[in-house]
Design a protein around this ligand. Structure first.
Ligand code: SF4
Length: 367
């Protein structure tokens, strides 16, 4: 990084200064403890991927109450783990965490390995998560460059795009000298989350401002890495909450697709120029059951799944009998409402479930 070389003072003093600032100002989180448990660090790091800390906190607490050790997670059903993940989205993270727990139970005597390479061989643990677990839980010097840490370093070194990993690592390594690996890792992420933020860096409050080349230019935002964001695609779906006297139609989704292994009500994509209600009738016909009541509009929800911006129009109806599922919808089954209330569902379908009143418990018949 010839053109980006920083002075020795800048590299050597910035790290300890940053750690002192962190120790004095750090925010309190349930996963930040004096002696972090490696499994707890892993859970928090996986939950915090693409999810705000405020959303994670209550789910993390509930998760750790139910699965306090990696072995207890490994011994639990995947379905239960997915249910405890509800509200965090990106459910493949929960599936891989569960898979990792089983590998650790079966091959590592229930203890997470402490070296970077072995950690990266476990499902769902990429280079960042492995670095964070190594640094925070095992006090190993390992770069953990999430989006926050990367932004701080890029601005600090005024690294112009395209940013090379070697340049980021050079600054990271310079700062890490003579500091606690755990606090250094947390400090860098904390600075990016609270001071050197994506849209408005607050340089006046920054502990390392005096050495920051980005701030010296007066426009540190210029050095913000901008990952390519995929084009947003709009999609309209319809969904049926279709009840028979003893239950409701649901399906478990393909493990490799979106919302893998979660349960949803029947749904279909609305074709271009098709009215949502017409699509709902097409879906009801394809399910093949005899309708006892006409479609009744229930609600419309809007949400995002990866790059898709989705509008979901939901209808409810009663059937006289279980649907004779056709080939493309054969995975739908009738489950009792009691079961359905316990199934792990993605947030939009869980919301629909909460809008529909199931029959009173006295008429439940296990289907
Ligand atoms: S001085 Fe400003 S740009 Fe530089 S690291 Fe601090 S907040 Fe970021």
């Amino acid at each position: 990084m010839t053109n980006n070389r920083l002075s020795e003072t800048a590299t050597e003093r910035a790290g300890p200064t940053l750690v002192r600032w962190y120790r004095a100002r750090r925010r309190v989180f349930p996963w930040r403890t004096e002696r972090p448990d490696p499994y707890a660090v892993l859970v928090s790091e996986v939950m915090l991927q693409q999810t705000q800390a405020a959303t994670v906190i209550p789910r993390y607490i509930k998760w750790m109450e139910r699965f306090p050790t990696i072995t207890e997670l490994a011994d639990a059903d995947l379905e239960e783990a997915l249910r405890y993940w509800q509200g965090l989205g990106y459910y493949s993270r929960a599936r891989r965490l569960h898979e990792t727990a089983r590998m650790v139970r079966d091959h590592y005597h229930g203890r997470l390995p402490d070296d970077l390479k072995t950690l990266q061989q476990l499902p769902g643990i990429g280079i960042y998560t492995a670095g964070a677990v190594s640094s925070i839980a095992f006090e190993r010097e390992a770069p953990a460059l999430d989006v926050n840490a990367t932004r701080v370093i890029s601005r600090y070194g005024a690294l112009a795009p395209p940013i090379h990993t070697a340049d980021l690592h050079a600054i990271w390594t310079g700062w890490s000298q003579n500091t606690s690996a755990r606090d250094y890792c947390e400090a860098l992420i904390e600075l990016g989350a609270t001071v050197c933020t994506a849209t408005q860096p607050r340089c006046a409050e920054c502990p390392i401002r005096r050495w920051c080349r980005g701030a010296a230019t007066g426009s540190p935002e210029v050095y913000t890495p901008r990952p390519e964001t995929p084009r947003t695609v709009d999609r309209i779906y319809v969904c049926l909450v279709a009840q028979v006297p003893y239950g409701v139609a649901v399906r478990r989704r393909d493990p490799d697709g979106i919302w893998g292994d979660l349960w949803t009500f029947p749904e279909t994509l609305v074709e271009s120029a098709e009215e949502p209600e017409k699509a709902a009738r097409r879906l009801a016909r394809s399910l093949g059951a005899v309708m006892l009541t006409d479609l009744d509009y229930l609600s419309s929800l809007r949400y995002r799944v990866t790059r898709y911006r989705i509008t979901l129009h939901a209808y409810q109806l009663q059937w006289t009998s279980a649907p004779k599922c056709e080939k493309d919808v054969e995975s739908y089954v009738i489950r009792s409402w009691r079961d359905v209330m316990e199934l792990p569902m993605p947030s939009p379908h869980a919301r629909l479930r909460s809008l529909v009143s199931p029959p009173p418990a006295s008429v439940y018949i296990e289907g």
